[in-house]
Design a protein around this ligand. Structure first.
Ligand code: S3P
Ligand code: PEP
Length: 453
């Protein structure tokens, strides 16, 4: 025996028998779905989410809102062959405590819901996976207290905690240091139309990660009828203002999750193949849209047309020096591609990833090095020197993006065993099936066959 565990907890990542050539329908965006759920729950009339992501993070969000009294109904298409008709109808109602919220390890749930809970008329307790106790929440807790909320966190500044909702929140001016997570800002802005005075929020930290996600929050608030001033609209730097107002119930079709498209596009790059992701939006605030440019710099090319985004590998993978501060969640898959490149890569601006689902910088360095890689952590990122890699167990630390990154390596490295591939269900249920479907097209030569539709 090789010492490689043979249990089912280790998923043998399939190798590609040739260049992949597939059409991959990627499920809906986690970030858009969870914002849409919160905004619909706070609206003054019912709304629809079409093609929502149904994954651990979004089901936790829906369950938590239901616990607060919001109606969320599943509407499934009568056509068994299509998932396109699946929708959630959200029926807002008075927000009630007592209630319990399980946040799992979802940053969006643990940060976006405490402001909603402050509007409820009773206590709402928050708890989640052990890692949720370690992820930063102080920005939300301190700001809510400053805006008038009563929160009992026994001085932790983190979960578990109870928000003692009193039915309304004063709102007003508040300072927040969101250098550890942009979600502090998104959280406060999303509920702010329902605060008595709205909010004037000033970010006081030296850096601010994941700006596209804050733009997504502002765009979606405006779409729901809120009046928002943001720095990018010519407003004061680092200041966002939201007026108090009613929110509209919208009928929203959720975009595919472009960050979850990353492993599939990477498959085209590392196998010198071709992958099309249908319904790629022409205008979007999703950070995953940056993959077009990043993977082009790494050696591929793309077309964006009515079929979607088609990414083609050229057989060459180049290293990259990239600041990923705005698009941090793309890091694990980019690091995997970089480990297979023909030159060194430096990934910068991502120190805050140490506080994500796991310490992503430490985990990527350790796991890539255990397969024979040469990766060092820098103060704010990773330096990756490509080496010939070998198979072995790739530990995933309950981090969905570590698992999908490992699958990319497995395409070209024999014997990669992905620990707990089921952790991909956080945002991408059925990942192993989608991956196998993409590869079966490569094996059968069934070019661009439609998958999952
Ligand atoms: O608001 C959002 O939907 C997200 C914001 C980002 O968080 P951070 O700013 O904490 O990195 C991102 O990494 C996360 O996956 C999703
Ligand atoms: C950081 C991530 O998630 P979360 O919403 O839990 O912060 C992620 O999905 O990469």
């Amino acid at each position: 025996m090789t010492g490689i565990p043979a249990d089912t907890a280790h998923w043998p990542a399939p190798t590609a028998s040739g260049a992949v050539d597939a059409n991959v329908t990627v499920p809906g965006s986690k970030s858009v779905t969870n914002r849409a759920l919160v905004l619909a729950a706070l609206a003054s009339e019912p709304g629809w989410l079409r093609r929502p992501l149904r994954s651990r993070d979004t089901l936790l969000m829906a369950e938590a809102l239901r616990a607060l009294g919001v109606g969320i109904e599943e509407v499934v298409s009568s056509s068994a062959s299509s998932t396109a008709g699946e929708a959630w109808r959200v029926i807002p109602a008075g927000l009630h405590g007592p209630a319990r919220v399980d946040v799992g390890n979802a940053g969006t749930v643990m940060r976006f819901l405490p402001p909603v809970a402050a509007l409820a008329d009773g206590p709402v307790t928050f708890d989640g996976d052990p890692r949720s106790h370690e992820r930063p929440l102080h920005g939300v807790i301190d700001a809510l207290r400053a805006l008038g909320a009563r929160i009992d966190d026994e001085g932790r500044g983190a979960l578990p905690m109870t928000v003692h909702g009193s039915g309304s929140l004063a709102g007003g001016r508040v300072n927040v240091d969101a250098s550890s997570s942009s979600q502090f800002i998104s959280a406060l802005l999303l509920s702010a139309p329902r605060f008595n005075q709205g909010v004037e929020l000033r970010h006081t930290g030296a850096t601010l990660p994941s700006l596209p996600h804050i733009r997504m929050t502002v765009d979606m608030l405006r779409l729901a009828g809120a009046k928002v001033d943001s720095p990018e609209g010519g407003g004061e730097p680092n200041v966002w203002r939201v007026d108090p107002s009613a929110l509209l119930g919208r009928d929203l079709t959720i975009e595919p999750d472009l960050s979850n498209a990353a492993p599939f596009l990477a498959a085209a790059l590392v196998t010198g193949g071709r992958v099309t992701v249908p319904d790629w939006p022409t205008h979007t605030t999703q950070p995953g849209d940056a993959l077009r440019e990043i993977f082009t710099r790494m050696g591929g090319k793309y077309t964006l047309d009515e079929r979607g985004l088609t990414f083609t590998g050229t057989g060459r993978i180049q290293g990259i020096d990239a600041d990923l501060h705005e698009v941090g969640e793309l890091t694990p898959v980019i690091a995997a591609v970089a480990a297979l490149a023909d030159s060194e890569s430096v990934l910068r601006g991502i120190a805050h990833l140490r506080l994500h689902e796991t310490d992503r910088l430490a985990a990527l360095a350790k796991e890539l090095n255990e397969l024979g890689g040469d990766v060092t952590e820098t103060e704010d990122g990773l330096r990756i020197r490509p080496r010939t890699l070998r198979g072995g167990v790739f530990h995933t630390y309950e981090d969905h993006r570590l698992a999908t990154a490992a699958a990319v390596l497995g395409l070209v490295v024999e014997g990669v065993l992905v620990e707990n591939v089921a952790t991909t269900a956080k945002t991408l249920p059925d990942f192993p099936q989608l991956w196998a479907g993409m590869l079966s097209r490569a094996a059968s030569g069934d070019a661009l066959a439609e998958q999952g539709a």
